[in-house]
Structure formats: C-alpha cells, structure tokens
Design a protein around this ligand. Structure first.
Ligand code: GUN
Length: 293
C-alpha cells in the first residue's frame, strides 16, 4: 500500500505557484473570500485558504456577513466584487444559510473570477473540455494527486461515490474527459444505487465523497484498487482538545491493506483543495490580464 501524502504534494504545487506569481510582479492576484455566518468548519477552512494565499504572494481579503443576510443583498455584494477591477477571484464559502439559494449565488459570480468553478459556464466548459474552464478545487486536487502519484486512469474503471456539484459530478467529468489523467470509464453511485458493493468492487479507482464516516469497508473494495477519500467528518472524541477528530468516508484501518494507493484523512485531499484554489486564482489573474492587453 502506498500512502498518498497530500501535504507534500500540495507543498510542491504551492512552490511552483509561488515561482509563477513572482514572475507576475509588480502585479499580484487578489482573491476575496465571502463567508456568511460563523459555522466553525467554514471559519477554519477560510482561515486556512487566506493564510495559504498570503504565504505565496496572493492578496487575500475576507468579507463576512451575518446569517440573516437576504439573498438579494448577498447578490448585490457579489455584483460589487464582480465590478471591482482589483479583485481577480471570488469564493463564496458553502454551505450558505437555508434561505439563500446556493446555486443562484454561485451563478452570480463573474465566470472569469469564479475560482471555485461552480458557475454554470465553468461547469459547461468542463463538459466541453475547454482549457480555460475553472475546475472546482477539490476535483482538480484529486486529479492532481492521481497524476503526481503516477496512477493510470486511461481505460480504467473509476467509481465515484456521491453526486454533489462540489465534488462528485465534476470529478467524474474530469476523469472521463480526454485528458491526462482521464479517459476513464466512470460510474456514479449515490444513496439510491442498488447493490452498491457489487459496483464499488469493480473499481480500479474508488473516489468516496458522500460525507458518511467510515462508510467504505474492506468488503466493498477490490484487492489492489486505489482509494481517494474525500470525506472530512467530525466525530466526537473527548480525548482531544477540540472534542472531535476528523475521519474520512473510508474505514482506513480496514481498507488500506487491500489498496495499491490510498489518501489519509486528514492530510490527503484537504490540502490539495486549498492548493488548487491558489492555482485557479493565478489562472484567473493571468486570464484577466491577457484579455485586458
Ligand atoms: N465548502 C466545502 N468545500 C467547498 C469548496 O471547495 N468551495 C466552497 N466555496 N465552499 C466549500
């Protein structure tokens, strides 16, 4: 079994970006994070994204709104950021309060500044295999982990557990596309799938993104498969200072001995999501500057 070190690969990506950013001087990419409310996981994710951006020379700004903000007021705030020429990337941290339609918000972000890749235009461009599409950060991070670990995808059977807009659907599309890595035979499974283990057992590469702690067990995987665990589930643990610990969607102890490659939680996909956000921000800056010249 090879443990895929997401922290190390993310550091490599960030080092490369840092070099690319130094060539942009005196210009500097700027990303704005929009957070609504104080959900502890969102606070911690956005802080990590801000710190990472600053560490590689990206200007990061944070705007926070109360949970009571109306959808129309939030749309107006996004319009202001869209119109601000000093801003190259905009990220609205999900989840949003239930009275706000998340898709309406994602679709309001100028597609040229959509570093999350959630706008319909960027998702459409992904289907069209257009190179200037912003790929959403977690799917792009998974593909980068697969590429840098030397895992073959062409002609292989990929099974994606989950069909979310943020991970499941776009990661399946990326691995289906005619790219490297790509050209895989992709199957999506979800809560209505019948006979799930019979499908997951066929996977050469299994991507678990369903948000259920330790859901994938040893009986569900084939000997020698590669497993990418996207789950970040907080479970109560009174022996830790925070009172919780993070576990993935995969029962690591049980599944890892059967695998050729596996990502840990934490330290697998998580750091790559942040690294790819930085990559998208540099891409946004470069594309915006190019259209201006
Ligand atoms: N919430 C969980 N993952 C993400 C992400 O990649 N982007 C945003 N904006 N919100 C998230």
């Amino acid at each position: 079994m090879n443990l895929i070190d997401g922290n190390q690969i993310a550091t490599e990506v960030l080092d490369e970006l840092s070099q690319r950013i130094s060539l942009l001087k005196p210009g500097k990419p700027c990303v704005v994070f929009v957070r609504v409310g104080d959900d502890p996981a969102s606070v911690s994710y956005v802080k990590k994204k801000e710190r990472t951006a600053q560490s590689i020379g990206i200007d990061a700004r944070l705007v926070v709104f109360p949970t009571s903000i109306s959808e129309s007021d939030l749309l107006q705030e996004i319009d202001r950021l869209n119109a601000d020429d000093s801003v190259h990337g905009i990220l609205v941290q999900a989840p949003l309060p239930s009275h706000v339609n998340e898709v309406s918000i994602f679709n309001r972000v100028n597609p040229a500044k959509d570093v999350d890749g959630f706008h319909a235009t960027n998702l459409g461009k992904l289907c069209q295999e257009q190179p200037d599409a912003f790929r959403s950060c977690t799917p792009a991070g998974i593909v980068e982990l697969i590429r840098r670990s030397g895992i073959e995808t062409s002609g292989k059977r990929v099974v994606v557990l989950g069909r979310s807009l943020i991970v499941g659907k776009p990661v399946g599309m990326l691995l289906l596309n005619r790219s490297i890595p790509g050209n895989a035979t992709v199957t999506f499974c979800h809560s209505r799938t019948h006979n799930l283990p019979s499908i997951t057992k066929e996977a050469d590469i299994l991507i678990a993104a369903i948000g259920k702690p330790n859901f994938v067990t040893a009986q569900m995987v084939k000997q020698g498969c590669a497993v990418i665990d996207v789950g970040i589930n907080r479970i109560a643990d009174h022996s830790t200072k925070s009172g919780f610990r993070l576990v993935g969607d995969v029962d690591f102890d049980e599944v890892s001995p059967k695998t050729s490659f596996i990502t840990p939680v934490p330290g697998g996909v998580g750091p790559m999501t942040v690294a790819m956000l930085m990559s998208n921000t540099v891409q946004a800056y470069e594309q915006i500057i190019q259209t201006q010249s």
